[in-house]
Design a protein around this ligand. Structure first.
Ligand SMILES: Nc1nc2c(ncn2[C@@H]2O[C@H](COP(=O)(O)OP(=O)(O)OP(=O)(O)O)[C@@H](O)[C@H]2O)c(=O)[nH]1
Ligand SMILES: [Mg+2]
Length: 220
């Protein structure tokens, strides 16, 4: 995976329309830096409740790419806008604001608009906190992804904070939920700690794979 990385901030509605200026087609939320227009790069995005560890996971996944300048905070609701980062010429990753506590007021408009257009979105990573497990707000997110037919993957975060027993309970609960209640969810759950870097390498390879950047290895 190429690690020459440049950060872009794009208005999600500029991606489909090709607007470069941030004016005209852009909704009021897009007065921030509107980067380049329609991108042909594959995209992956990271969603989940506020404070679940989205920005931290992106930082851990792309720790070798210092230009992915993701901001992490103890305060839930820290990430207020969708932040787009280009990973070299290979793909674009999207750090979403969180839903639930202290979510930005325009969260639904912003995220729904993006997911409906989902230009080149190859996979969505839905993060769930390993200590608290799946919550009712996560179920709403799952419903939305299922309704839009978006392929997604569940990731259990902060596994360093969960006891072995609690981790097992939440893993089994999510596996049962995925099997019985979902269509578009990848059956393999990823377990990660962005602090201890556990599970990060496997997920990094998976991101490379879904964005078409993992060379096929022939079985001998
Ligand atoms: N122990 C532990 N703490 C973590 C881990 N990942 C994130 N955190 C902490 O959780 C808090 C929130 O992390 P963020 O990455 O900012 O969470 P977020 O989902 O981006 O939050 P919002 O942008 O507010 O939605 C920070 O204090 C992080 O240090 C982890 O794997 N283990
Ligand atoms: Mg964040």
């Amino acid at each position: 995976m190429g690690l020459a990385t440049s950060a872009l901030w794009l208005c999600p509605r500029c991606v489909p329309c090709g607007c470069k200026s941030g004016g005209g087609c852009c909704p009021p939320h897009a007065e921030d830096r509107c980067g380049s227009a329609r991108s042909s790069l594959a995209q992956v995005c990271f969603v989940g409740r506020s404070n679940v560890g989205k920005s931290s996971l992106i930082r851990a996944l792309f720790s070798l790419a210092p230009e992915v300048e993701v901001r992490v905070s103890k305060t839930p609701g820290h990430t207020k806008k969708m932040n787009f980062f280009n990973v070299g010429k290979y793909f674009t990753l999207v750090d979403m604001p969180g839903y639930g506590y202290n979510a930005p007021k325009d969260f639904v408009d912003m995220v729904e608009a993006y997911l409906q257009e989902r230009h080149n979105l190859k996979r969505t990573f839905l993060l769930v906190d390993a200590v608290v497990g799946i919550q009712s707000t996560d179920l709403i997110a799952v419903e939305m992804l299922e309704e839009f037919g978006i392929p997604y993957v569940m990731v259990l975060t902060k596994i360093d904070r969960a006891s072995k027993g609690l981790l097992l309970k939440n893993v089994l609960g999510i596996q049962k939920f995925v099997k019985e209640k979902t269509q578009g969810c990848f059956p393999q759950l990823f377990l990660v700690s962005s602090v201890e870097f556990s599970g990060v390498h496997l997920l990094r390879c998976f991101v490379a794979h879904v964005t078409g950047n993992l060379p096929t290895v022939e079985a001998s």
